[in-house]
Write a protein that binds this ligand. Structure first.
Ligand code: SF4
Length: 350
């Protein structure tokens, strides 16, 4: 075992968090936890993991579930394609692999929603296969310890860090090594203010020695953020409202929201009511405005959404207003539907 591996594994034994998915070799549960943790912090993901593991104790239970039930359980966690892929993949494992999770790295990697990092995590944690995990935490740690300045988000960087991670992997002890390197990156060598003074790697860490800790890792690109302006129309006719199941390639596919009019900029009430989108949505004498909400700001990884909710009382049944993709429901039943966090925030503030 090399010194790097020895040190991180020994650190892991005394510092690891006790997480439920660490006490199992069940590939299904490990996969579930890894998908949840792909873009979510452990403290936020924990209750979702427990809910999913309880509701769907095996991959077959998940495969048999209704998609709306899966989406509802995922509600609030964001990056909803993960839930859709989870469900699709559970059906594939249930049918093609007869409910037995595949154990080969290449088979795991071929599953929908599973990238190289997740495949390596499942293959090593559940089946002790020698594949190194490489994610942002690992890239950062390696960049600092070995003083590598290649940008971690470049293709060259990805190659270099992946190859180094595989070189360092203790192949006879892949599960422990991988768990340790991930935990070490997340808890000890944090992005900001890592605990260098008490770090077991500080005698071999180039960044620490050369005072480059705040400079490494290097990133090439800045994420471009797009602003969007949503006007949600919350209709009310005798206690009913209309909701829309989102389809297509935009955000929040398969979740429900209110009928939406998106504008290129934030509209004043006057501008909005005078817009052709609004005029073609509902006839002038068929409604009155009950209230207009404050602007809700909602931040996603590549988008900033500014949303306003227009509460509208209608004088005609909603079926006569809405298009094919919307459905009419009782207002009080909205909580039965999986909605994006933005809608949840609005409903909670009412
Ligand atoms: S010394 Fe600091 S920068 Fe280096 S590995 Fe330890 S925590 Fe990370």
């Amino acid at each position: 075992m090399n010194l790097f591996s020895k040190k991180i594994i020994s650190w892991f034994h005394t510092n690891k968090r006790d997480l439920p998915w660490r006490n199992t070799k069940d590939a299904y549960l490990i996969w579930l936890s890894e998908i949840i943790l792909q873009q979510t912090r452990v403290d936020q993901g924990m209750s979702y993991y427990l809910k999913f593991a309880k509701t769907f104790p095996t991959v077959k239970h998940l495969a048999k579930a209704d998609n709306d039930e899966v989406m509802k359980l995922w509600q609030g966690l964001g990056y909803y394609s993960r839930a859709r892929n989870l469900h699709t993949t559970s059906k594939i494992i249930s049918q093609k692999y007869k409910g037995k999770f595949p154990s080969e790295y290449s088979e795991i990697l071929a599953l929908k929603g599973v990238g190289e990092y997740t495949a390596a995590a499942i293959a090593s944690f559940a089946f002790d296969k020698p594949h190194a995990v490489v994610d942002g935490n690992v890239f950062r740690l390696l960049s600092r310890v070995f003083g590598i300045e290649t940008p971690i988000d470049s293709s060259q960087g990805k190659k270099e860090f992946t190859s180094l991670a595989n070189e360092l992997l203790d192949k006879k002890n892949a599960a422990a090594h991988n768990q340790a390197i991930m935990e070490f990156g997340a808890m000890q060598c944090k992005p900001v203010s890592p605990y260098c003074g008490v770090c077991p790697l500080n005698t071999m860490c180039v960044a620490y020695e050369k005072k480059l800790v705040s400079v490494l890792p290097v990133k090439e690109k800045k994420t471009k953020v797009r602003n969007r302006y949503f006007n949600y129309v919350v209709l009310n006719y005798k206690g009913t409202t209309a909701i829309n199941k989102r389809t297509g390639k935009d955000i929040w596919t398969n979740l429900y929201d209110f009928p939406l009019i998106e504008t290129k900029k934030e509209f004043s009430e006057e501008e909005f009511l005078g817009s052709k989108e609004w005029k073609s949505f509902i006839e002038k004498n068929k409604y009155s405005i009950k209230s207009v909400s404050k602007v809700y700001k909602h931040i996603l990884s590549h988008q900033k959404i500014y949303a306003r909710f227009w509460e509208i009382v209608c004088t005609i049944p909603l079926e006569k207003i809405i298009g094919d993709t919307a459905i009419v429901i009782k207002q009080k039943d909205i909580h039965q539907y999986a909605v994006p966090r933005l809608i949840e925030n609005y409903l909670e503030g009412k």
